[in-house]
Design a protein around this ligand. Structure first.
Ligand SMILES: [Zn+2]
Length: 415
């Protein structure tokens, strides 16, 4: 098929590189060793001002929603436009690319559209607090926009490490937070939405693909297995006299791996937090907490949860250990829009560059946007799959390719 858009990728890669390196400078991170920026800090404000300056330079109008999510458009507020963007906050020990590359690539799409002289109605959004570094809440800006939070949570439950509520912090930053429900109007008129993001896995790198077109974002369940045994002296208590909470915990960890493999179909299961009580070398563990993170794009994560919980209970009971499953949070699988995925696929094919259609294992703001707007995502490879570390690395030439494919798809969709 004929390409809808051809760009000077080298020039775009250079501009993306310049943006990324600028935003890695001392004015844009609280730490000299990593990227650390989150809502309502001076470095975050500087970052939003940088994007504002670049967007105004190419004739976009820029504003903020009631909690500080940045929005920009080249058509009047609410008029039909195609949405692009990501987030520019970081993990507390983050790198240059997670989120920021998506906003920077969206900015490049805006520049390319403006330079093309064609009328391409666009709306760029940079969501507040995706990583949860400020208030421990992931996807907070997009959840606020999609009304997936309550006012009580904003006022009371969502706290900074210093104990300041999100509500008070937003107010102190000058945001009209009491109008938070109006944030959803920022999606009015959107004909579609695509977020560019680093993959955060190693599939693209290891398969030699330069782009990933996301067809679904995995759903997940987060919870804790809590085992309650009896803490006894490790020397004075013979083996037959123990109620050791660590044993069924260990069996459960192994079973999570076995089940994820058996269920297959993108299902993953991880027991990343293991806590022992009292955690002493000479005391039989009286309690154990093992976390579960399970995800899939097929519903396999729900199957895993439904099978592992009775298994863990059965193993605990077999040893006289108390058991409780405490579910923390879950999100459903988010399918992407077939039409947008097809348009991205056609444009990617036309470039002749290697790409693949793939699921996203990680959660993204796009999961919230998808409530209201047809969406998809584009992944760019990152070195060794690393993210949430200053070692994050990605090739801005791949991001330039993403910009070309994205602009072409938007044009082809007639948005
Ligand atoms: Zn991210």
């Amino acid at each position: 098929m004929a390409k809808t858009v051809t760009i000077d990728r080298e020039r775009s890669a250079e501009r993306i590189e310049r943006d990324i390196e600028t935003l890695a400078g001392p004015d844009y991170t609280e730490s000299a060793d990593c990227i650390r920026r989150y809502a309502y800090t001076p470095v975050y404000e500087n970052t939003l001002r940088y994007f504002t300056g670049e967007l105004e330079r190419i004739g976009f109008e820029v504003w903020r929603d009631p909690v500080g999510t940045l929005v920009a458009s080249n058509v009047p507020k609410g008029a039909p436009a195609f949405g692009i963007g990501s987030h520019c906050d970081s993990n507390r020990n983050g790198g240059k690319y997670d989120g920021t590359l998506g906003v920077v690539t969206a900015l490049e799409v805006c520049r390319l559209a403006q330079e093309s002289g064609e009328h391409v109605p666009l709306r760029l959004i940079s969501f507040l607090e995706e990583e949860g570094s400020g208030f421990g809440q992931m996807l907070l800006g997009s959840r606020i926009m999609l009304q997936r939070v309550t006012e009580e949570e904003l006022k009371g439950t969502f706290l900074s490490p210093e104990g300041v509520s999100f509500w008070d912090a937003a107010k102190a930053a000058g945001c009209p937070v009491e109008d938070w429900r109006a944030s959803i109007a920022e999606l009015d008129g959107l004909t579609g939405w695509v977020e560019v993001h680093i993959e955060q896995g190693r599939v693209l790198q290891d398969t030699g693909n330069r782009l990933g077109i996301v067809h679904a974002i995995a759903g997940y369940v987060h919870g804790d297995f809590r085992f309650t045994g009896r803490a006894d002296h490790a020397g004075a208590t013979p083996m037959g006299f123990r109620v050791d909470a660590a044993i069924p915990a260990a069996e459960t960890i192994l079973e999570v791996e076995r089940l994820a493999n058996e269920i297959g179909d993108t299902t993953v299961g991880t027991t990343g937090e293991v806590e022992s009580f009292p955690s002493l070398i000479n005391v039989v563990p009286g309690g154990m907490r093992v976390s579960l993170d399970t995800r899939s794009v097929t519903g396999g994560h729900l199957q895993l949860r439904d099978r592992i919980v009775p298994y863990a209970r059965e193993r605990a009971e077999a040893r006289g250990v108390g058991f409780e499953w405490v579910e923390r949070q879950g999100l459903d699988v988010t399918p992407m829009d077939d039409g947008i995925v097809a348009a991205l696929t056609a444009e990617a094919e036309a470039t002749g560059e290697p790409f693949m259609v793939m699921p996203s294992g990680a959660a993204h703001d796009t999961m919230c946007v998808a409530d209201r707007v047809p969406t998809a995502m584009l992944f760019v490879p990152c070195r060794d799959g690393l993210s949430h570390t200053p070692l994050e690395d990605a090739d801005t030439r791949d991001a330039a390719l993403a910009a070309e494919v994205l602009l072409g798809a938007i044009r082809a969709l007639g948005a």
